[in-house]
Write a protein that binds this ligand. Sequence first.
Ligand SMILES: [Zn+2]
Length: 393
Amino acid sequence: MTVRIFYQDAMAQSVEANVIATGIDEKGHYAVLDRSCFYPEGGGQPADKGVIGKTQVTDVQTVDGEIRHYTTSALAQGEYSAAIDWERRFDHMQQHTGQHLLSAVFEDGFGMATKSFHLGTDRVSIDLDVPSISAEQLKQVEQQANQLIASHIPIETEWVTQEQASGLSLRKKPAVEGEIRLVKIADTDINACGGTHLTNTAQLGVIKIVRVEKAKSATRVYFLCGNRALNHFNLLQSVADQLIRSFNVPAAELPEAAAALLSDRQDKEKKLKKLTLQLLESEAESLRPEGDALIRDFSGRPIKEVQRLAKLTAENHGLLYLLFIVQEHSQLRFICAKGKNSGGNMKQVLEKLIEGSGGNVGGTEDLAQGSAPVGRNPEMYTAAFQNLIKEIT
Ligand SMILES: [Zn+2]
């Protein structure tokens, strides 16, 4: 049985330990130590990483009551210095302790109970059992939580029996059998918890609520504590600095400058759309059929634009059968349309045109579209189309 140093002293970063057993399971090589400061994943807190001797520990899990330290290679039994990745662990303790504080303030001050807690590499969140939270409430919670940090409150742990625990008003019911580990933040919080925590609220530095979103019937609150909050501030500052340089305005005027840019872009897009249509209308008027047929290759132009041109051209003529072809990568795209007084079914014409090519056809009897793999000589399509419209007329 491993002595859980992380319970006796959450601030222990390394320990001299004996590898008392080794093995291999579906997760890989593992070692069992006589004493360990490596926290195994549990209660929403991720596992510690670190080294045993010079061998990397990539994961720590409790399997059948045994703490398995998964290592990158097999370890021989013997004594080692086992050290955790302290930066990672301290970050977990900051986020986890911050969650205790935030949950306490939400519940005691606003009657909002925490349903779940998620501590990930990038995001930390709690789900509260309320459909919504106002901006004013969030501001107050953040202020109160930060006041508790500034109040330098000791955080203590203690083991009690089930009987002793039943006489205490714990924030949530213990989820374990046997002895229960209590985590106490003076008068602010008393909770049953098996995770690792800071020893004083001051070590949290700061709590910042960053985002709120709906999560089914609950409300998810994303927050950052300590170094994560500082890193996030640095990221925002770097983004703001880049935007300030690009827009050449002070930070406070950035939203206005961005809104003006977007509005200007929308105006330009509208104008561009109008001008493009005018150009296409002129081009449609300039296209002259030979007899009733108008066949053109528009490869290199966007298919949507050619579709529009086909529609506009067909509208300009009473008697007309047009075939526009566009090569796009390994596909030939076809647009087949007829004038307003022309007979026949363009969808059927196009189906016959590409019959046997492995292509497909859609659209209506007035304007059909299709595609076929590049392979046949495009001139074959031209000749075939002319023959097909002869059959109609
Ligand atoms: Zn906890």
